[in-house]
Design a protein around this ligand. Structure first.
Ligand code: ZN
Length: 280
């Protein structure tokens, strides 16, 4: 059994994961994440202790919405500033006496899909997040136990020099149009209340197709696996992106584009799966 932790900007999920046979989440809890690191890490430890009671735990995998450096420090986490530069890995390792792995949240979810989900039979693919933010990772399986993973900011490549101002400070980024909050602003309403037939989706589809096409140019793979709140709730967007891309793409074959199979469980499965493969 493994413990998987997915710390988000507002909630943290803690799960007991069984990797024997078909990988599955045995127990899952979700709690508000304390901004204060000391309060947060103690709360986390309490939940881990409860979930692992009576189980043999082989490792703890945790993912965070921030940058993790080569020394396994979370160096940047915009929504959780007090959690940065803290010895999270060492602390958990000493408290529970098991190996601990830390991952960027997109890495965790990409790994979940790579090992257990939509890309389990594929040697190389792009994992494409379309939720509040937009991001991606290029995953190449060198062999069964070594995966090369390269995360990149396709949500912040410049598509239009004088385009819309993005939260990152640049202009013309895909995220400035396609990020979940930006869509809400664009529609003037929660997208859950916007009909699939609303003509305003045309602009969104065009920007998304352009983003995916540019991603393909730099990462020519056969498979794109999409995950994230926006696309999971509106899968028709994927269907509408395909013909637009097909019409424009010249340099490479159109990749297969599918939704993640594990959805919001991908990160939790990936945090446990991190003990099955080495990320290089
Ligand atoms: Zn940006």
């Amino acid at each position: 059994m493994y413990i998987s932790i997915d710390v988000g900007g507002t909630n943290m999920r803690v799960a007991l994961v069984d990797l024997e046979g078909e990988a599955r989440i045995v127990r899952l809890e979700s709690h508000p994440v304390p901004q204060d690191y000391k309060v947060g890490i103690e709360k986390l430890c309490g939940r881990i202790a409860d979930l692992s009671a009576g189980q043999k735990i082989e490792g703890i995998g945790a993912c965070f919405p921030g940058i993790i450096d080569k020394d396994d420090m979370v160096t940047t986490a915009n929504n959780l500033p007090d959690w940065t530069m803290k010895p999270i890995k060492q602390f958990l390792k000493e408290r529970f006496g098991v190996p601990v792995k830390l991952l960027h949240d997109a890495q965790g979810a990409a790994l979940g899909e790579a090992i257990f989900g939509a890309a389990r039979h594929t040697d190389r693919f792009v994992y494409f997040i379309w939720g509040t933010g937009i991001g991606a990772a290029d995953i190449k399986k060198i062999d069964d136990h070594r995966y090369y993973m390269f995360s990149f900011e396709n949500g912040h490549h410049i598509m239009d020099w004088d385009g819309k101002l993005c939260n990152c400070g640049q202009r013309g980024c895909p995220e400035a149009w396609l990020g979940g909050d930006m869509l809400k602003e664009y529609f003037g309403a929660d997208t859950a209340n916007v009909s699939d037939n609303d003509p305003r989706w045309d602009f969104v589809v065009q920007k998304a197709a352009q983003t995916a096409l540019n991603t393909l140019i730099f990462h020519p793979v056969d498979l794109f696996v999409f995950n994230g709140g926006v696309i999971n709730h509106r899968p028709f967007l994927l269907d509408r992106m395909r013909p637009i891309m097909q019409e424009r793409v010249q340099l490479f074959p159109m990749p297969k584009m599918v939704l993640a199979e594990k959805g919001d469980q991908a990160a939790l499965l990936g945090c446990a799966g991190a003990f099955m493969v080495d990320l290089i």
